[in-house]
Design a binder for this molecule. Structure first.
Ligand code: Q46
Ligand code: ZN
Ligand code: ZN
Length: 311
């Protein structure tokens, strides 16, 4: 029987990469401690800050909201209904689970419905957008980024947090290395500080394996959506995750080392001023006012306005 390193009781999880087995209560405590450590290490936020947690109804974001709430951070949630269908009405089901979590924990939840707010669901936007056809994820990312920053700015939140875990970060890193996307590598970081019109963004779960966030959600009795978004099927992200899992299986700790060594190497790869995400010149969008890289309308407004003109 696997024993907890701290109390010698039966362990519920064995983390080979940390050479650590823990029982339920010590594992839940460990997740809280490690989250706190990440928040401090990357100087993400403090207990005086108002934090907006982007929640999708999945295990990572709900687990993150739960941990931050238990650590006594001041949080509220943001759920974006993207109008994604699927066997079980993916978006509607995830909204119900998110609302349930918020009400059980008496937490404020902002909800934005893409169809009501911008006139179309993600599949509809994707359908009418030549460039994005068959790639709803690029439209989806655009809508999410715009909405998250809009709500964070409108209600004066100090920081926006997302539930990205180590597997997500490593998959993106792997992709960027394969294509040598130097600019994306430069920007990949657990914390992006503020710039005029842009709320800081943090990923406090960036050092947790997906298996650990799933175990946390399960052991904490959090009800989350277990279905994957139907558009994620066959995605590069999933393919990368599969490959990386094979490497991890052969050598425990590969994913964590790849990510942490990358964060360290960044100091040498990119001079200090280049790492600063905010050295990029930004202009306020002529329509929504959110920062954009070129004068005129931002990509989001160009897409929404063009779609409104088409209908
Ligand atoms: S929700 Fe949206 Fe993801 Fe679905 S459409 Fe793609 S990006 S896969 S995180
Ligand atoms: Zn224990
Ligand atoms: Zn705009």
């Amino acid at each position: 029987m696997m024993k907890c390193r701290k109390c010698n009781q039966k362990a519920v999880i064995n983390m080979r990469h940390h050479k650590l087995s823990l029982c339920k209560s010590h594992f839940l405590e460990w997740v809280g401690d490690q989250t706190e450590r990440n928040i401090r290490k990357y100087k993400m936020f403090t207990r005086n800050d108002r934090i907006l947690v982007a929640v999708s109804g999945g295990k990572d974001s709900l687990a993150l909201w739960d941990v931050l709430n238990k650590l006594s951070y001041k949080t509220a949630g943001l759920y974006i209904h993207l109008g994604i269908p699927g066997e079980d009405h993916y978006s509607t089901k995830s909204q119900i689970l998110t609302e349930k979590f918020a009400s059980e924990n008496q937490l404020l939840l902002h909800t934005v419905n893409a169809k009501q707010e911008f006139g179309k669901t993600i599949p509809e936007f994707s359908e009418s957008n030549k460039r994005a056809k068959s790639k709803p994820c690029s439209v989806c990312g655009l809508v999410k980024r715009h909405t998250m920053n809009e709500i964070a700015t409108k209600y004066g939140y100090d920081v926006l947090v997302t539930g990205h875990n180590l597997d997500d970060e490593v998959s993106v890193l792997f992709n960027n290395v394969l294509a040598w996307q130097v600019d994306f590598l430069r920007r990949q970081t657990p914390f992006i500080p503020a710039k005029v019109g842009l709320t800081p963004k943090a990923k406090p779960f960036c050092r947790f394996y997906e298996r650990e966030t799933a175990a946390y959600a399960f052991l904490s009795n959090i009800e989350y959506i277990t279905d994957e978004c139907p558009f994620s099927e066959g995605s590069t992200t999933l393919q990368n995750k599969e490959l990386l899992n094979q490497l991890e299986h052969k050598r425990a700790g590969t994913k964590l080392a790849f990510y942490l060594k990358f964060l360290n190497a960044k100091k040498e790869l990119f001079p200090e001023h280049e790492i600063d995400h905010f050295s990029d010149e930004l202009f306020p969008c002529a329509v929504c006012g959110q920062p954009t890289t070129a004068p005129g309308k931002c990509t989001f407004c160009r897409m929404v306005i063009r779609d409104q003109e088409l209908t």
